[in-house]
Ligand binder design. Structure first.
Ligand code: ACO
Length: 451
């Protein structure tokens, strides 16, 4: 796949020239292979946030951010979201092709047979404060799984990788649902294997020992669609975190726990919760969407329009398009009016017609409508990001597996542009200048709260 030597770097001071290969992708931008740059020139490239850097090669997910295209293993997201099921998509992402009927049945059977958590793991929840965020619990519980499966922790063994992946994929809905149950003080509800992936999750979240949860097929379809739409998104922050953690040959439970941590931030998966917080704030303060947009545009306020903007999409996020339609269908079906939806639509309309957002190519992303949709399904806001994590689990696992099986696999070790001090001499304590870095009041407060 290596193109002819077509890139030349010229040091204009010395006139020295260095050549680099281009590498062609099957679709999308080609890359310049600069892996020999340091050896040849003694220089690094500088690209904070990786805005122009392909950190790996991958066959899993393709995004065209300009055209708003997303494909899993070549299949358009719209077709998968409307016609497939999450477990089928999981098979596709993990194995590269849609399953035959018997492969699908076998795969579903395997996943269903791993949904239970070890009873000892369930004790871990009780160590968390009752008001702990479910994401905090998920980080801990998923990491703790590493201590339970010594039989399948040799990540250099493909069979172990597969068993661990099946376990994680199967247990993630159970882990998320139990985190929710614990946070609301209800007894844990065990998985029921005759239910499908989405139904089982809803059942574990909302059934109680006193009352069965009646599954509404529409809710179930939407939950499954949400899982599909979140299943993978190439080298985003959490996936890159999983790859980085895995590059040191850490076990997959530890890697996934790192991925969940990275997802939690409001610039990433935490944005779905932040969208609802933002709309609640608008309602609570009786703000007009128009005025709120003006506040966002005033950079001094440092307010961002949550659910808008994306590093890769410079047009409408295709996942947001699917979710907007599902949101409208759901509200029509339930014959309910939602103030949140009205506000969201007004904000979207205003932003899409505003020069600030147009010039910066800021469009709704997946989180803009997913929050409103989840709220309509009566899902509490603290569960929005855990649901994203349940959906994304298969993407993390597929990318982790692909990385380990890659011939070019190496530990991730970025370099840096050092801008700090150099060659300082050690001074004894009395010879040092006083420099107060702590706010005493704040210190006192944290000391008092530190139980
Ligand atoms: N509201 C207002 N202004 C914005 C927004 C926003 N949501 N997003 C970007 N901008 C502005 C920035 O202020 C910046 O303006 P400037 O060029 O005048 O300085 C410009 O657009 C570019 O923004 P960056 O932060 O440099 O873009 P980046 O690609 O690094 O960030 C991100 C992408 C983090 C998603 C950003 O758009 C954002 O913060 N959005 C809101 C949070 C959100 O919805 N996150 C979910 C992303 S989707 C996902 O992870 C599933």
């Amino acid at each position: 796949m290596i193109d002819e030597k077509r890139f030349k770097l010229v040091d204009t001071k010395t006139g020295k020239e260095y050549e680099f290969d281009g590498i062609k992708g099957s679709i999308g931008p080609d890359v310049i292979n600069i892996s020999s740059l340091y050896k040849k020139t003694g220089l690094f490239t500088y690209d904070p946030g990786f805005t122009s850097t392909a950190a790996c090669n991958s066959k899993i997910t393709y995004i065209d951010g300009e055209k708003g295209i997303l494909q899993y293993r070549g299949y358009p997201i719209e077709e998968l979201a409307n016609s497939s099921s999450h477990l089928e998509v999981c098979y596709l992402l993990m194995h590269g092709e849609l399953p035959s009927e018997s492969d699908k049945n076998e795969f579903e059977e395997i996943i269903k047979n791993h949904t239970l958590l070890n009873e000892q793991i369930i004790q871990f929840y009780r160590g968390f404060r009752r008001d702990a965020h479910p994401m905090a619990m998920m980080i801990g519980i998923v990491g703790a799984l590493s201590s339970f499966y010594h039989d399948s922790l040799n990540i250099e063994d493909p069979e172990h990788r597969m068993i661990a992946s099946h376990r994680i994929l199967a247990k993630m809905p159970t882990i998320a649902a139990m985190a929710y149950k614990y946070s609301v003080g209800q007894p844990f509800v065990y998985p029921v294997n005759k239910l499908n992936y989405a139904d089982n999750f809803l059942h574990m979240c909302f059934a109680t020992p006193t009352k069965e949860y009646e599954i509404n097929p529409l809710f179930s379809k939407i939950m499954d669609q949400i899982f599909i739409l979140h299943a993978d998104h190439e080298q985003n922050a959490s996936t890159s975190t999983v790859r980085t953690a895995g590059s040191s040959l850490a076990n997959p439970y530890a890697c996934l726990s790192a991925g969940i941590s990275s997802l939690w931030g409001k610039s990433h998966g935490g944005a779905n919760e932040a969208v609802i917080d933002m709309i609640d704030e608008i309602v609570l303060n009786d703000l007009k969407p128009k005025d709120f947009i003006e506040e966002v545009k005033n950079k001094k306020n440092k307010i961002r329009l949550m659910g808008f903007g994306h590093r890769v999409y410079k047009s409408y996020d295709p996942r947001a398009k699917v979710l907007k339609k599902s949101t409208e269908d759901l509200f029509k079906d339930l014959k309910i009016k939602s103030k949140e939806l009205e506000i969201a639509k007004e904000i979207e309309e205003l932003a899409l017609n505003d020069t600030y957002f147009k010039e910066k190519n800021l469009y709704p992303n997946v989180d803009f409508y997913s929050g409103i949709l989840l709220k309509a399904l009566d899902i509490p806001t603290t569960m929005f990001t855990p649901i994203f994590a349940v959906g994304r689990t298969v993407g993390w696992l597929s990318q982790w597996k692909e990385m380990i099986e890659d011939e070019e696999f190496k530990i991730t070790r970025p370099r840096q542009l050092f801008t700090g001090n150099k060659d300082k001499s050690y001074k004894k304590v009395p010879d040092r200048e006083k420099k107060s870095i702590f706010n005493l009041l704040w210190l006192k407060k944290t000391f008092l709260n530190n139980q």
